[in-house]
Design a protein around this ligand. Structure first.
Ligand code: ATP
Length: 268
């Protein structure tokens, strides 16, 4: 099989590369943010290793979305540090700059272009992330085409490449959107509730997809479906009132008294 060299295609010579020589790709330290006096994030620390697949759980309002918003530059914290690798201070970057650095975010609701084909969606995403919308109809290089084929296979939509995205099932739209992130070769993916509304079979496929990405990329998944979390998680972080309540394997988390009290409830 032809080996695909993913990095040089999307990184412009000016794009800094995160220094992961200490194995960590994301450092979040002493982070706090208040909205009208309410502390949505409260002295939060989070360290993510390169290649990790980390699950983030917590009740509604625990601060998961706000944390994602801060990592991706949508919200600026009151205090704290957020570094991509040891060297890139994300708090000094804008939202588009953070995307260009290789941090991709997928929101809960799929936002594919329904009137375009699956392949066109991938192509548009590739070009948009590179900031070349004006060149939307510019021809792709053969390497870019190879990359799109590789991503199509990865998300399991090779057969659907020429279908309109609007005709895909809900699950397929979610995978397409993950593919739209993958064509830009992100190093860190933040994925919000990927299996909400999916069938059992689609959920299984999503678990396999996320498992296949780990190692090659770093993935943070926010999810409420505990069965799904169990199927993908190595390490689970539980947020509560804007801070880390517990962290560990799924077994450790499910036995943790504090977590049972505030989030999981007693087993039936
Ligand atoms: P969910 O599982 O429901 O998505 P969450 O863990 O993602 O919850 P956040 O959305 O981060 O929680 O919200 C944390 C708290 O901060 C909530 O009480 C929310 O109402 C509040 N909050 C978040 N963003 C803002 C904002 N821009 N202005 C005011 N309050 C906000």
């Amino acid at each position: 099989m032809k080996k695909i060299n993913l990095n040089p295609l999307t990184l412009s010579p000016k794009t800094p590369i995160p220094d992961v020589s200490h194995e960590l790709i994301l450092y979040v330290e002493g982070l706090s943010v208040s909205f009208d006096g309410f502390k949505a994030i409260n002295d939060l620390n989070l360290y993510i290793k390169q290649g990790e697949l980390r699950c983030l759980i917590g009740a509604n309002g625990a601060g998961k979305t706000t944390l994602m918003d801060i990592i991706t530059g949508k919200t600026k914290p009151d205090v704290g540090n957020v570094y991509f690798g040891q060297n890139i201070n994300l708090l000094e970057r804008t939202e588009p700059e953070i995307a260009q650095l290789g941090i991709g975010r997928k929101f809960q609701k799929p936002t594919v272009f329904e009137a375009h084909t699956v392949l066109d969606n991938l192509e548009m995403s590739l070009k948009a992330n590179k900031g070349i919308w004006h060149g939307l109809f510019a021809r792709l290089t053969s390497e870019q085409r190879d990359r799109m084929a590789h991503v199509l296979a990865q998300i399991g939509l090779t057969q659907q490449a020429d279908m309109l995205a609007g005709a895909l099932s809900h699950g397929q739209k979610q995978w397409l959107e993950i593919g739209m992130l993958l064509v830009s070769d992100p190093q860190l993916l933040l994925i919000d509730e990927p299996v909400a509304g999916m069938t059992a079979q689609e959920t299984e496929h999503t678990a396999a997809l996320l498992n296949s990405l780990a190692g090659e990329r770093t993935v943070i998944v926010v999810e409420h479906d505990m069965e799904f979390v169990r199927s993908i998680a190595r390490t689970v972080t539980v947020l509560h009132q804007g801070t880390v309540l517990a962290e560990g394997t799924m077994d450790q988390i499910q036995k943790n008294k504090d977590v049972i009290e505030v989030y999981l409830g007693e087993p039936a």
